[in-house]
Write a protein of this length. Structure first.
Length: 223
């Protein structure tokens, strides 16, 4: 079995929110798809260890916010690499309440779908939740984010097709965040946080932190 084949599967990137009675959370997921159009049904795959998993089981509803390509790393990091058990992820995020009464994330969102849970399928580490769409709308005309775009462009890796790829990748060092797996690539820098391309890792200010999870420089290891 060549597991590299799995990397050819295409995905989007979503924030899934759920909860009830003032207890809400959101998390990043890439596995969401429309199952049928009549009735309009979608499925998501959620890790059982996630806080959001418990909230979906409890409230039997969830909202999918489809992220835009311009969604910044710290936004994805907040929902993807922090736990709702430790922080209130929705505290400083623009949301609205719709039919489901679950907060709908409006920041960096191109469209949202509100879902009532219909069925679930136990898949070991994950559960597939299948539900009926009760409401949906477009939020912006921006391009939706794909998982490939997130990994290749946002994740600090040059696309293989970039003309500078071979030369630049060999000359410059890359450092991996041991907390979340983000790669700091000296070729690319971290322009989203004011770090110019070509900035050496040792020249990063001490105040610089992982743009995804917020870990400090000491958590990075040379690749
Ligand atoms: Fe990190």
């Amino acid at each position: 079995m060549n597991k590299m084949a799995f990397y050819k599967i295409t995905y989007g990137l979503y924030v899934i929110t759920s909860g009830q009675d003032g207890k809400f959370n959101g998390q990043i997921a890439n596995s969401m798809f429309q199952v049928t159009s009549n009735p309009a049904t979608v499925a998501i795959s959620i890790n059982k260890e996630n806080y959001t998993y418990g909230l979906i089981k409890l409230s039997r509803k969830f909202v999918v916010s489809i992220l835009s390509q311009s969604a910044p790393m710290n936004f994805i990091g907040l929902f993807g690499f922090k736990s709702g058990r430790d922080v209130d992820k929705l505290q400083n995020i623009k949301t609205k309440t719709g039919m489901s009464k679950v907060p709908i994330v409006l920041e960096n969102t191109v469209a949202y779908i509100e879902v009532e849970l219909e069925k679930e399928l136990d898949c070991g580490t994950h559960t597939i939740f299948i539900g009926n769409i009760i409401e949906s709308d477009i939020v912006s005309s921006e391009e939706p984010m794909t998982y490939a775009y997130y990994q290749q462009v946002k994740g600090g890796k040059s696309p293989k097709t970039a003309p500078t790829y071979v030369k630049a990748e060999q000359a410059a060092a890359r450092y991996v965040c041991s907390v979340c797996g983000y790669v700091y690539d000296e070729v690319l820098g971290d322009p989203g946080n004011g770090i110019n391309p070509g900035t050496k890792f040792e020249d990063l200010p001490q105040s610089w932190t992982c743009p995804v999870c917020g870990a400090d420089k000491s958590k990075f290891e040379k690749k």
